[in-house]
Design a protein around this ligand. Structure first.
Ligand code: G3H
Ligand code: ZN
Length: 277
């Protein structure tokens, strides 16, 4: 089917009190494995293009690939810009057919974050696309997006009140101690803070840094109100490890097949968890 916006799949998740997986795509083969899995599992999904892929010159190409693959599946699929860095980048994504964009103004002051998000909302609305914003910081570094760890990273509840009062975004990513990349040990997620945020807004909440968060913590996050969970590192790692596991003969297609199998398994395990099956 044709691509849909994030609004539609978040409404589906909200009705069922589950979280939609947002998987990052970096190659054609990862895209194939992801779309095959969401079809097999009948799971609406967000396929996100991140900053590393964009720096590698793949924004438009991955967009075309995802649109093409999504046309052959029966579940709703969203093509999403992950951690959009500027209004210009958002425009590029929308011109490339993305149905959803994130503008990551979390490094800015609240005032500037509101201002850039407002600009993006105007443009995205004209294009019929949905918008995700971010408050608080996602720790660690992914795709070279690193935050200054000396700054407060937990989302401030009053900021959520002020931000969501000023701009009507479709989804809000919040920093509650979550981090990009793999965690050293059990993550230290502030669920009390998440509950306080949930108590002051109806905007669907997003958990970034989904790789390596234990199942029980994912369940708690979903119970409180997380409706979208981003997974990038574990998908990429599955692909690489799968390929390496089949490299003995140096046969490209043996490696690709194993890489895709590993991505399918990883994506299915996240879908089972996020959809609480
Ligand atoms: O925006 C992408 C994500 O937050 C992914 O984080 O690489 O830790 O899974 P992750
Ligand atoms: Zn992220």
């Amino acid at each position: 089917m044709a691509l849909v916006t994030m609004r539609e799949v978040l409404a589906w998740a909200q009705e069922r009190k589950v979280a939609i997986p947002a998987f990052n795509v970096d190659t054609l083969e990862i895209g194939q494995a992801l779309l095959e899995t969401v079809e097999a599992e009948q799971c609406p999904a967000i396929i996100a293009v991140g900053q590393a892929a964009i720096r590698d010159g793949k924004l438009a190409a991955l967009g075309k690939i995802v649109s093409h693959l999504a046309a052959d599946v029966s579940v709703p699929v969203v093509l999403h810009l992950d951690h959009g860095q500027s209004v210009e980048q958002v425009v590029q994504a929308l011109c490339a057919g993305f149905t959803s964009v994130m503008i990551d103004g979390s490094r800015l002051s609240l005032e500037d974050n509101i201002a850039v998000t407002r600009q993006v909302l105007q443009i995205a609305q004209a294009a019929g696309a949905s918008v995700e914003a971010e408050l608080g910081a996602i720790l660690g570094a992914e795709d070279n997006i690193a935050h200054d760890d000396s700054k407060p990273f937990l989302v401030r509840v009053q900021d959520v009140v002020d931000f969501t009062g000023a701009v009507q975004v479709d989804a809000l990513a919040v920093g509650i101690g979550n981090a990009h990349g793999l965690y050293k040990g059990r993550p230290n997620l502030d669920f009390q803070r998440l509950q306080e945020v949930k108590d002051v807004t109806n905007v669907p909440l997003v958990l970034h840094g989904g790789s390596g968060i234990p199942g029980d913590m994912i369940q708690t996050a979903i119970e409180i109100g997380i409706r979208k969970i981003n997974v990038a590192t574990e998908i990429r790692m599955a692909y690489v490890q799968g390929m390496l596991s089949a490299s003995a003969n140096g046969d490209y297609y043996e490696m690709v097949t194993a890489g895709k199998d590993a991505v399918r398994q990883m994506a299915k395990s996240k879908i089972d968890l996020f959809l609480r099956r």
